[in-house]
Design a protein around this ligand. Structure first.
Ligand code: PBG
Length: 326
């Protein structure tokens, strides 16, 4: 058979690693990664999270040590989730100056690291009913929750957080948090809004780690309905109007289209949360020898970047940073 007469041969640029690097359209580096941590009260303790192999809940002193290592890997930011000593109906430990998160921020700050500290602002880890706000009957009361979120955010700013990240999905929280931060003198503390956060099955392992599974009902009354994408754009637009400095789509993998649409529409920094269930699926398959973990993780994180996310919150951040270093 004669050689076919092809002028365009796309394989030419795939031949060598150098050529592939030269024409690669998306980059992924440690700079793009944010490592999440669960902070528990006490000292010198690390507790593994069974549904998230490789993830541990850490006391503030252990976390501060851990932070040094992250800096060496070139990871620019952490996001902290607090686990309280005691839970109550309003989640009051969320704004305690002696809470695990507040303490951890201070200890990290004391080390003067080149590391941005972000804090998750939500009540679900702190309430005894496990919902993200205060209840009125069976429903989460939006407006009664707002001042409590603002108190938590201000307590994080006071401890030295660079960014506070509300994940509760109450309407109007960004505005209320912005004005509370300003009123308390924290004009330079930024807000990373979990703007488009879906009511997802992929948060299961996180809720094990944080003990934040709702005791009754679910979060569908405040988190977004998964089939909706236009609504996500409205959420993001609103949060930016209310003063969000950065916005996020969560989860990542089942919502790559939402990330892309948000990237095309808005110019604010955009992130995506590669959530606990996404992590657990990869770990489980890797531990069974069913996939190559390193290749799978780098492919997934690369895809989230390709969809348009500038930064990615991922429990794989440390491992990925190591792999990216080669
Ligand atoms: C708190 C919060 C959750 C996550 C981040 N912040 C849990 C939830 O909404 O139930 C999930 C993160 C993950 O699954 O990795 N509201």
């Amino acid at each position: 058979m004669p050689a076919p007469d092809l002028t365009v041969r796309l394989r030419r640029l795939r031949r060598t690693s150098a050529l592939r690097r030269l024409v690669r359209e998306t980059s992924l580096s440690a700079d793009n990664l944010v490592m999440p941590y669960f902070v528990i009260p006490g000292r010198r303790r690390r507790e593994p999270v069974p549904s998230m192999p490789g993830v541990e809940r850490l006391t503030p002193d252990e976390l501060a040590r851990e932070a040094e290592g992250l800096c060496r890997l070139g990871i620019p930011a952490v996001i902290l989730f607090g686990i309280p000593e005691r839970k109550d109906a309003t989640g009051s430990e969320a704004w305690s100056a002696r809470g695990a998160v507040q303490l951890a921020i201070r200890l990290i700050r004391r080390r003067a690291l080149d590391l941005a500290v972000i804090t998750d602002v939500c009540l679900c880890e702190y309430t005894n009913h496990g919902h993200c706000g205060v209840l009125r009957g069976a429903e989460v009361d939006n407006d009664a929750t707002l001042p409590l979120l603002a108190r938590a955010a201000v307590s994080h700013a006071r401890a030295g957080a660079d960014l506070v990240a509300p994940s509760d999905m109450m309407d109007g929280r960004v505005r209320v948090i912005r004005s509370a931060l300003d009123a308390a003198g924290f004009r330079d503390t930024g807000i990373l809004s979990y703007a488009a956060k879906y009511a997802s099955a992929f948060y299961g392992p996180f809720r094990d780690a944080a003990g934040s599974t709702p005791r009754s009902g679910d979060r569908r009354g405040y988190q977004m309905d998964p089939p909706n994408a236009r609504e996500a754009l409205r959420e993001i637009a609103l949060d930016l109007e209310e003063g969000a400095d950065l916005v996020m789509v969560k989860p990542a993998l089942a919502y790559l289209d939402v990330i892309r649409r948000a990237r095309d529409r808005f110019h604010a920094p955009l992130g995506a949360y590669n959530v606990s269930g996404e992590y657990a699926m990869v770990k489980a398959a890797a531990m069974n020898g069913w996939i190559d973990e390193k290749r799978a993780v780098l492919e997934i994180l690369g895809a989230i970047r390709r969809a348009g996310a500038g930064f990615i919150l991922t429990y794989h951040a440390k491992e990925a940073a190591r792999w990216l270093r080669g």
